[in-house]
Design a binder for this molecule. Structure first.
Ligand code: TYD
Length: 203
């Protein structure tokens, strides 16, 4: 199951340019002859759509525990329906967000990382995960603030802290996102190609 394909995910704060960079990475890998496919979380499945409609853009946020459980359920569907079938076809699956988003966002909201890991035990381990690190101040300026700017900044800082903890543990590879789109894209491509050429050294 999924022998020859590779599963790579891209993480970062909202507004860090992650979706643009993930799509660009897929294009650039395809240009190099890889059979790459873009996926994202929340996924295209029913739970992913439910999350988008009722949790992210609704008037009232659900509790972090419910959020974490929904994201874990959506992840199961994403892996089963999109990731594994593509890996079985020996594709390179590039996911825009994965389990690290749950650790970072729901962890920053106060849930224990152990519990988040537990409910995500089913989640297939990616071969490589990169974190586009952009200063929280920068992303807050880019995003339309929904609450007070400071509150938003505080949240983004907490999310970044968890991501950096995962970088220190070696679970994520940090990419300096505080540069031009081209420079960031070049760096991500270098890391990914480095991994693809010698997967056993980095996984
Ligand atoms: P985002 O990538 O911004 O999706 P979209 O562009 O479709 O709105 O992700 C949506 C939000 O969901 C983002 O703020 C991060 C959050 N999120 C979590 O809190 N936990 C998770 O496990 C995932 C996958 C996302």
């Amino acid at each position: 199951m999924g022998k020859k394909g590779f599963f790579i995910c891209v993480e970062g704060l909202d507004g860090c340019g992650k979706t643009t960079q993930t799509k660009l990475l897929v294009e650039r890998l395809e240009a190099k002859g890889y059979d790459a496919v873009y996926t994202a979380e929340p996924s295209l499945g029913k739970i992913g759509k439910f999350i988008k409609e009722y949790c992210l853009h609704g008037e009232k946020r659900v509790s972090s525990i419910v959020e974490a459980l929904l994201f874990a359920a959506d992840r199961f569907e994403h892996v089963e329906n999109e990731v594994v079938p593509a890996l079985d076809e020996e594709k390179l699956v590039i996911s825009d967000r994965y389990v690290y988003s749950s650790l970072a966002y729901q962890g920053a909201a106060g849930l224990s990382l152990e519990w988040i890991r537990k409910i995500n035990e089913h989640a297939k381990r990616p071969d490589l995960a990169v974190f586009i690190d952009v200063e929280p101040e920068t992303v807050v300026q880019r995003l339309k603030p929904t609450k007070s700017v400071m509150e938003n900044l505080g949240t983004q800082r907490n999310v970044q802290k968890v991501y950096m903890k995962l970088v220190e543990k070696g679970e994520l590879v940090r990419i300096d996102g505080n540069r031009s789109k081209q420079e960031v894209a070049d760096d991500i491509l270098t890391v990914v190609l480095g991994f693809l050429e010698k997967p056993s050294l980095t996984s």
